[in-house]
Design a binder for this molecule. Structure first.
Ligand SMILES: [Fe+2]
Length: 251
């Protein structure tokens, strides 16, 4: 499996608290069958100002060296979970934020109660600038829980959709879980990732969600969500998927 959403870069956000904890999270991921991870520290103006640059690169190098010294057979790639902001297209163009493995794909997050019209504007302006949003955990957004058809529209417009394992396992409540399962049934989900933060809170073990997906959606769909599309993101290739099913507004 390839986990495309993790907060294992230590001490830059609300993720891993130390290098030792990051190594533990990686060990846990490896044990559950993950072989590659995209490291996605938060970028959130005014909260986590993790601009791409020397400081972040040094932190990255330190983690990379620690993983090498510990002899852990994991492949790590750079990324960032970027909270939507007005100047995002500019930040992307100027290289101030990390896209996923330097591809056109970037992990985009919205506030839980964001105005869907604002989401649409940001998505469109980033796409016009040549980038492909991978929308992080939409099943957790209240406006999506109210109207999951929004995700169908995002998907049809060329966005990639990422669900959190914790959402599908019920950690974010029944509404988020049901919304996530419904998005999967409507074939508008591109990948499932851990959104790992800490060993004791939102960990990196992907085995339970893999089981759930295999059980409810079968081998081919599960492979697409956990391996094939994440691999395509790393290689900057088009993603694959089934024909999406429109949401019927009357049901
Ligand atoms: Fe995250």
């Amino acid at each position: 499996m390839i986990d495309i959403h993790t907060h294992i870069l230590p001490r830059v956000d609300d993720g891993s608290e130390s290098t030792a904890m990051s190594l533990k999270l990686i060990e846990e991921a490896l044990e559950s069958g993950v072989h590659s991870m995209i490291v996605t520290p938060h970028f959130f103006q005014g909260v986590y100002e993790n601009y791409a640059g020397e400081d972040l690169q040094k932190r990255w190098d330190r983690l990379h060296n620690a993983v090498h010294r510990a002899n852990l057979p994991i492949h790590l790639y750079q990324g960032m979970e970027i909270m939507a902001c007005d100047d995002l297209p500019e930040l992307l163009k100027k290289g101030k934020v990390w896209t996923m493995n330097s591809s056109d794909y970037f992990l985009l997050e919205f506030a839980f109660d964001e105005d869907p019209a604002y989401c649409k504007t940001i998505i469109r302006s980033c796409m016009e600038a040549g980038y492909r949003p991978v929308i992080a955990h939409p099943a957790r957004y209240y406006f999506v829980q109210d109207d999951p058809g929004i995700v169908y529209d995002w998907y049809r417009s060329g966005c990639c959709i990422q669900l959190n394992k914790g959402t599908l396992l019920g950690d974010n409540g029944i509404r988020a879980r049901n919304t996530g399962l419904s998005l999967l049934r409507h074939c508008v989900v591109s990948c499932v990732a851990s959104d790992a933060h800490r060993t004791y809170w939102r960990n990196a073990d992907m085995s339970q969600v893999e089981e759930l997906l295999l059980d409810q959606f079968g081998e081919e769909y599960t492979y697409m969500l956990l391996e094939e599309n994440p691999d395509r993101i790393l290689r900057n290739r088009e993603l694959v998927g089934y024909k999406p099913v429109p949401y019927d507004k009357n049901t």
